[in-house]
Design a protein around this ligand. Structure first.
Ligand SMILES: [Cu+2]
Length: 138
């Protein structure tokens, strides 16, 4: 009986909940004088529950926000969104002219850094650390 309970418990722990995988992260290279840049990546949820990105932190920036790009009367703007939902079985793609992570108040030259450490904070999965190489926009 105890064996059965342990078996059921481990089965449940092994399969329930969101499972977040971050792929292809990168940060757009900008001239040293620039104070802002953006980070892009694919956020995949291979679990069976929704998770939500609720915050972002990076050592290279004073502030990081989740942004989306919208077109108002033919003018492309970006605006902050509070959170980003990642439904189970889906992949949310952050890309230029789409949703992205805005890194504001850059503290150092990105070229010198080479790779940017970004901490993604999810409601259920907690903190996920990503190393994003600095790349030019192609
Ligand atoms: Cu932005």
């Amino acid at each position: 009986m105890l064996y059965l309970i342990v078996l059921l418990l481990s089965f449940t722990l092994g399969t329930a909940g969101p499972r977040i995988v971050v792929e292809d992260p990168w940060v757009r290279d900008v001239p040293p004088v620039a104070k802002t840049t953006a980070a892009f990546m694919k956020i995949r949820n291979t679990g069976n529950e929704e998770d939500t990105l609720i915050g972002v932190v990076s050592d290279v920036a004073e502030m990081a926000e989740i942004h989306e790009t919208v077109t108002d009367d033919g003018i492309v703007r970006m605006r902050r969104i509070e959170s980003l939902s990642v439904p189970p079985g889906s992949t949310v793609i952050l890309k230029p002219m789409g949703k992205h992570i805005m890194l504001m108040g850059l503290k150092e030259s990105l070229k010198k850094v080479g790779k940017v450490r970004i901490v993604l904070i999810f409601r259920k999965s907690g903190r996920i650390v990503v190393e994003a190489p600095v790349r030019r926009l192609e």
